[in-house]
Design a protein around this ligand. Structure first.
Ligand SMILES: [Zn+2]
Length: 357
């Protein structure tokens, strides 16, 4: 069994904005070039397959898919909304991004790999059933929900339960919407307080509905939150819930935009928080809590952070030495108090469904 594979195709570079846009090919290029320089890419590379249009129907409304596919087939520069562009290469990029997650899920479920990292674009977690999700003003650079399709695909392939952990600074409103009424997919998101950041959803009381009640966990962190409180949230809430849920596989919406260097967001965590998540899930694998973990790139707009964060993930999974290269941050007292109040409230609300100390 391979410890980690990197699922990548140059098709991800073909989604390219007509003029300056922070969600650009340079993001993924910085990751693959860095892994190549370290001599890690060639031996870990797996080529993804391309998803079919039918695969998109796994989570998206047929009408939405058909409208978007018509735009993609046309292959000209256009905008779905003020944030979200389409370019001549977007069709290939978007279908390969979905296909990459499906390829990864296959490798996890067959036991060929313990972990995959799919540095895909366009990102996906803001895309809901019919595009714009919940009350968000736009689709936030997302066209199809790569990770949600991967999770639903895993269920069709025989997985009984899938957990999605979303560490992107923005709430994954699309993913929450898609799985809000099911207990087969547990969605846990850590993100910046929705009152201060797009998409304006992801509050503590949004816990799921019907069969899905108790299977949606939002942890909205105040702006300025540092590694101390973020790592506390991972250890005291995320991991205990995962241990009790016992999913077949864990998929991670890996956005690097919670990092303090990120130009779009206001959190102050470093790669130490990401390291803590990678180590935590690796220990989960070693303890046999789940069979596989798949990391799917979402946001993250500082290319240095994207490159270094990806290196840390790959080296942790390979068991190689690495250095984080940054100093762990500690929240100023006022923010620490605010964050601890948030964690306390999440524990209170989620204690109805999970055993949380
Ligand atoms: Zn984001």
């Amino acid at each position: 069994m391979r410890k980690i594979v990197v699922i990548y195709d140059d098709a991800f570079l073909k989604h390219a904005p007509p003029r300056y846009h922070c969600e650009s090919p340079a993001r993924v290029r910085s990751i693959v070039e860095h892994l190549k320089e370290l001599g890690l890419l060639d031996k870990l590379l797996v080529k993804p397959r391309q998803a079919s249009v039918e695969d998109l129907y796994l989570v998206h409304d047929k009408n939405y898919v058909d409208i978007v596919m018509r735009l993609l087939e046309k292959g000209t520069h256009t905008y779905i909304d003020g944030d979200t562009y389409i370019s001549p290469g977007t069709r290939d990029a978007a279908l390969t991004a979905v296909g990459a997650v499906m390829t990864g899920v296959d490798l996890l479920l067959s036991g060929e790999a313990q972990c995959f990292f799919a540095p895909v674009r366009p990102p996906g977690h803001h895309a809901g059933v019919a595009g714009r999700a919940l009350t968000a003003p736009t689709q936030g650079f997302c066209i199809f929900n790569n990770i949600a399709i991967g999770a639903e695909y895993a269920l069709r392939r025989g997985a009984k339960k899938v957990a999605i952990v979303d560490i992107d600074a923005h709430h994954g409103n699309g993913t929450q919407e898609i799985f809000y009424t099911t207990d087969k997919v547990l969605y846990i998101s850590l993100h910046q307080d929705p009152l201060t950041l797009y998409p304006g959803t992801g509050f503590i009381h949004e816990v799921g509905e019907g069969a899905g009640e108790g299977f949606n966990v939002n942890i909205p962190m105040p702006p300025g939150s540092c590694d101390d409180v973020y790592i506390q949230a991972l250890e005291e809430i995320v991991m205990p819930i995962l241990e009790q849920y016992r999913p077949d596989i864990v998929l991670v919406s890996l956005g690097f935009d919670a990092h303090t260097n990120d130009p779009l967001t206001g959190l102050d965590i470093t790669l130490h928080t990401y390291e803590a998540l990678f180590l935590m899930l690796k220990r989960g694998l070693e303890k046999g809590l789940f069979r596989g973990v798949g990391y799917v790139l979402e946001g993250g707009y500082d290319t240095g952070v994207l490159a270094k964060g990806s290196e840390i993930l790959v080296k942790i999974m390979l068991g190689e030495d690495y250095s984080v290269g940054e100093k762990e941050t500690e929240s100023p007292q006022a923010i620490q108090q605010k964050a601890r109040r948030v964690l306390k409230e999440v524990r209170e609300v989620q204690s109805r469904y999970w055993n949380l100390k």
